[in-house]
Design a protein around this ligand. Sequence first.
Ligand code: 1CP
Length: 343
Amino acid sequence: MTLQDSPFLRACRGLPVPHTPVWFMRQAGRSLPEYRQARADVSMLDACARPDLITEITMQPVRRYDVDAAIYFSDIVVPLRAIGIDLDIKPGVGPVVAEPIRDAGGVKQLREIEPDDLTYVTEAIGRLVGELGDKPLIGFAGAPFTLASYLIEGGPSKNHEHAKAFMYGEPELWNELMRRLSAITLGFLRTQIEAGASAVQLFDSWVGALSAEDYRASVLPHTTWIFDQLARFDVPRIHFGVGTGELLGLLGEAGADVVGVDWRVPLDEAARRVGPGKALQGNLDPAALFAPWEVVAERTRDILSRGGAADGHVFNLGHGVLPSTEPDVLARLTAFVHEQSAV
Ligand code: 1CP
């Protein structure tokens, strides 16, 4: 097998596969004891800047689970830190921004990212590509709306009220913010692709907070620009958000090759909403992994069957692995997906 023949890349492209490929969002870190050990005396942002730790943590779930792809260990706020935004990742909280961006002066701080800002990314991916052989490495970045929410709110937010107030109240400045964040996102993804990542995922985790109308007017043009710019690299582009049932058609329009679906919409219905010519990724409820195995198995069979309605299916959870998930369940699930879908 070669890298380009790997089941993951083939499924992303809608080509026939020997089995449905599987990986898990947030598989690197979180629930693994070896991850907690590797991170014992290193802060999250320091870990994200150390090629030795990035390589080790990215490889940990690949060794454990036999998943079909690795995801680069980093965080969506790493490129913002790399251009000098004062922020930290607080244990048990998430990204916290020292001075939330609320005006034109704040927006102007968001300069373009250069490869020199990300030398540790290039070095880590070089090592990873060597270790992974014919297994694909997924690069990723946060999408502009999700990054804007952290920057404007100053940290994790349930209602995104400051971000929405900015979006509704200052549309021109909002568009400038989106343009600058889109350039940073593209720069971060481009560095990963040029270093050897063979697919990319755009995490727009919080975009489900928007109505379809607001998404179309204030976010879609920017996401579309990112996917257009990525087209020339010829790597599959995955687009993921949570609570996006009402936005699936628009996510399809934005231009990704693969649309990620959370657990709320069955994949056959998601395929109808997204439209033809796109692969789907998802969509087992991460909380279902705490139920008895028979429940996990039955739901997995159902997802595999409904996934057949799409032009390509990558099995995944509907959102990230929850930190208290039992690692053995993920190993068992990976083997089960491979076995049930084998042709
Ligand atoms: O598989 C992996 O774990 C790979 C690495 C990875 C990824 C893909 C991390 C490490 N973060 C992310 C993406 C990310 N980061 C997203 C998109 C995915 C998703 O929706 O889950 C988001 C929204 C963030 C922001 C973030 N960073 C949060 C969420 C906070 C909130 O708003 O609820 C948190 C808790 C972090 C910290 C973080 N990122 C990654 C790890 C392992 C950690 C925990 C670190 C620690 O606390 O020590």
